[in-house]
Design a protein around this ligand. Structure first.
Ligand code: NI
Length: 441
């Protein structure tokens, strides 16, 4: 994220969101109770939808049935629906009776290539594919929010855009997809989106809780493939070859020194080599090693420096041994940014909906999320929704074949989203009037 964007963010946010205590919450007790009642009325259907999605998981850019279900439901609710956005994406627009700006909720829809090990009756029917990252929850929560809020149209000052996004886990090789493609296809314009909300189910937090981190909350994620080319020789005559395996070990241990010796050690930085391949036989010097790694940071400036540092280390070591190399570095996702000023505005809304004790600040996470693409363009708030059952010490982690989030979290997510968007719209609508008054003075 460039400096310009930081400045424009601060201006936008301070102009739009920093307001007096009178604006702390637009959802009065009566509306809050009505939201709870609507959630209760729709609970059974929402759980049914979630279980259907869980039984029928679809991989990235192949969310055909999921997308159909979402589009049909949104159409039935009377929303304006666009399909085929970024392949299988769906966008629903709920137009309130009162004039005002547009805010968005984003849910990802794709599943993972994981063979489910759970044994409950609604386990995956798709061999080798599973909603192991809870995107069935995210989709159900956004749909549920649309179901509830479509009953409040006459009170809504503005529009709510429901963004159902494909391929958060990454498009298949050779394809485009996900948040970046949705943005390029205009999801944040027409009407322009002022602020966006997203969540992820979180097994470290118990049901009822929500966690957030102000600032950079999830990491950037880039990947690289490094090929080291040496020279083959008899294993007993290494002086006649160039040992790509020995060079690879030097490279790997030196890459680990980057975070402690070459950059500010207080900055979060992870470089992991997850795959390495090389050699043909125990007594032959390997002429080639290919390794693949991932790089995570919580700082865009640090992120920009890493490719050059890696290249220098690799070049230096290879030169020393007379080897050559090829480094293919691919920038993928920026870090997810919750602007601290926006977080300040949003927190009272979240605590009002879930209770003060249930909203906890958590550490930033070095996993990544393509929600980051929205958050580098407009004010965004991304939070973690607790899914650990009460009394359970631990739950299976995200991406595990045993992942089994507590379904009670779904209605809690819906409630939080309803409060967040209603408050954001109400505040922005009121402030627009204020700003207009000020500018005419
Ligand atoms: Ni996920």
């Amino acid at each position: 994220m460039g400096k310009w964007l930081h400045k424009s963010f601060i201006l936008l946010i301070s102009a739009v969101f920093l307001v007096g205590p009178a604006w702390l919450s637009a959802v009065d007790l009566k509306t809050a109770t009505a939201i709870d009642q609507e959630i209760e009325k729709n609970r059974a259907e929402i759980i049914k939808i979630r279980r259907f999605l869980h039984m029928n998981p679809e991989l990235s850019n192949r969310e055909f049935e999921t997308s159909k279900l979402v589009a049909n439901k949104l159409t039935a609710l009377g929303l304006q629906v666009k399909t085929g956005v970024a392949m299988t994406g769906v966008v629903g627009l709920l137009t309130g009776a009162l004039p005002g700006p547009t805010v968005a909720i984003r849910a990802d829809m794709d599943a993972l290539p994981v063979e489910e090990q759970n044994t409950f009756p609604y386990k995956s029917l798709n061999p080798g594919v599973m909603h192991a990252c809870g995107h069935d929850f995210h989709t159900s929560i956004a749909l549920g929010t649309a179901m509830v809020l479509s009953n409040f149209k006459d009170k809504i000052p503005g529009k709510i855009k429901f963004i159902f996004q494909p391929a958060e886990e990454g498009a298949p090789p050779g394809e485009e997809g996900g948040a970046d493609l949705m943005i390029r296809q205009g999801v944040l314009v027409d009407p322009p989106v002022r602020a966006i909300f997203g969540l992820h189910v979180w097994p470290d937090l118990r049901v009822g809780q929500a966690g957030y981190a102000p600032g950079y909350t999830m990491a950037s994620s880039d990947s690289f493939t490094l090929t080291i080319k040496g020279k083959s020789a008899h294993g007993a005559r290494p002086q006649e070859g160039i040992d790509a395996i020995v060079i690879a070990t030097e490279v790997i241990s030196n890459l680990q020194n980057i975070s402690s010796r070459l950059v500010d050690p207080t900055e979060a930085l992870v470089i992991s080599i997850g795959k390495i391949q090389g050699g043909v036989r125990s007594n032959i010097i390997a002429d080639k090693v290919v390794m693949e790694g991932t790089v995570r940071t919580l700082n865009p400036e640090l992120r920009d420096k890493i490719p050059e540092i890696i290249e220098k280390i690799v070049a230096g070591i290879c030169q020393g041994y007379g080897a050559s190399y090829n480094l293919d570095y691919e920038r993928q996702l920026p870090p997810v940014y919750n602007h601290p000023e926006f977080v300040k505005a949003v927190l009272p809304w979240l605590t009002q909906s879930l209770g003060e004790a249930n909203v906890v600040e958590v550490k930033p996470q070095l996993v990544s999320e393509d929600f980051a693409f929205y958050a580098t363009r407009i004010p965004a708030f991304y939070f973690f929704l607790g899914v650990k059952s009460p009394g359970q010490a631990t739950t299976a982690p995200l991406h595990s074949p045993n992942f089994n989030p507590d379904e009670k979290a779904i209605t809690i997510g819906i409630k939080a989203m309803c409060h967040l968007v209603l408050n954001a719209l109400e505040q922005q609508a009121s402030l627009k009037t204020q700003a207009e008054t000020t500018s005419s003075n």
